[in-house]
Design a protein around this ligand. Structure first.
Ligand code: APR
Length: 335
């Protein structure tokens, strides 16, 4: 991280607990969009005691109401983290991480392109406003279409590409992990799954790199069943939209974003699938796409290049082409 901000106003005395350390840094996360994903994420962050949260929304009263509700649960949940709801970005100053969940869900009659235009404008505007007050923050994009929104966010952010990333792979992998665990009747904690590519129909689940207690799933699940689980993972979001009838999934997206926030704030350097900027890795250039990354305090510390079969490479290439063409349209109309 370059030019670290001193953040003097967030230094809290802890002299009674740790006399040898005069001050500790209280992390702060800005969550833009106080809708379903944003408010669930804010809840996860404070209840896991990761950081204080500032929740921003364009609708007056919404972030303030959600924040007050979550503040009132603190006694029951037993933590001392604070959450502030606001319509003013000045209140978000000096955040360590900015998460963008603002945007519209797809409505009947709306194409993916229509959604891209509407959400593209929202993402560009919210990223610029938030970074005005937190110029050194890491940015995580959650708004869909994910890979395109992340590229736009990076373009207008002025940040190095490793500080801007998209949340999709952790969610897609968590869905694959769940379906594998359900299939085998085992705890999901025993399963480790890997999904690459864009967050959409062309995502690339990798059974070979998905394991149960170290055993590749290909050894445990017959091919035709594995194909069905992969298909269900690809449609993981759509299946929920169909059931809910309005709006999309939000508990799992919030959990997946929480995992990324935790890895950055605690400097865990976990290897997670993340929409990262590719500059030659996997033979792909100048796009954001889901690949395994080491994620820590500086943001993306390393992109891990896996050995892929010809079939997996071709699938990743197809996914990349589809994202690139959407980015081209977005850049032509929005910037
Ligand atoms: N600035 C700030 N907030 C905004 C703006 C804006 N310009 N435009 C919209 N919002 C807010 C809305 O007022 C709403 O509270 O974004 C919030 C979106 O919340 P929901 O409609 O509940 O959508 P949600 O389910 O949270 O999904 C948000 O995440 O997973 C993705 O596909 C999903 O793109 C969608 C995003």
């Amino acid at each position: 991280m370059t030019g670290q901000n001193p953040k003097s106003k967030k230094l809290a005395p802890v002299t009674t607990l740790l006399p040898q350390i005069a001050y500790c840094h209280l992390s702060q996360v800005t969550v833009v969009g106080a809708g379903n994903v944003g408010s669930s994420l804010a809840q996860r962050i404070i209840e896991r005691d990761l950081a204080n949260v500032v929740l921003v929304d364009i609708v007056e009263g919404r972030p303030q109401g959600v924040a007050l509700d979550l503040m009132q649960s603190r006694g029951c949940e037993g933590h001392n983290r604070t959450i502030v709801g606001t319509n003013n970005y000045a209140d978000t100053a000096d955040s360590d991480i900015v998460v963008i969940t603002a945007g519209l869900p797809r409505r009947p009659g709306m194409s993916r392109d229509d959604l891209m235009q509407v959400n593209g404008k929202i993402v560009i505007d919210t990223v610029q406003q938030a970074l005005k007050y937190s110029p050194h923050a890491c940015v995580i994009i959650v708004t869909n279409p994910l890979d395109v929104m992340t590229y736009l966010a990076w373009k207008v952010s002025g940040l190095p590409p490793n500080r801007v990333m998209g949340m999709a792979g952790v969610l897609d992998s968590a869905r694959f992990q769940t379906f594998i665990a359900m299939e085998l009747g085992i705890p999901p904690g025993d399963v480790s799954a890997m999904v690459l590519g864009g967050h959409g129909d062309l995502m690339v689940p990798l059974p070979k790199y998905s394991t149960v207690s170290g055993i590749p799933v290909t050894e445990l699940i017959p091919e035709h069943r594995l194909r069905a689980l992969i298909e269900r993972t690809r449609n993981g979001g759509a299946e929920i939209v169909q059931l809910l009838k309005q709006g999309g999934a939000y508990y799992a997206p919030a959990s997946a974003t929480g995992v990324m926030v935790e890895s950055i704030l605690l400097g865990q350097s976990r290897i997670l699938p993340i929409a990262a900027y590719l500059n030659g890795e996997y033979g792909l250039e100048d796009l954001y796409l889901g690949v395994p990354c080491r994620l820590g305090k500086p943001g993306i510390e390393e992109i891990v290049e896996l050995t892929l079969t010809a079939e997996e490479k071709a699938a990743l290439q197809r996914s990349a082409e589809s994202v690139k063409s959407a980015v081209k349209t977005a850049l032509a109309t929005l910037t």
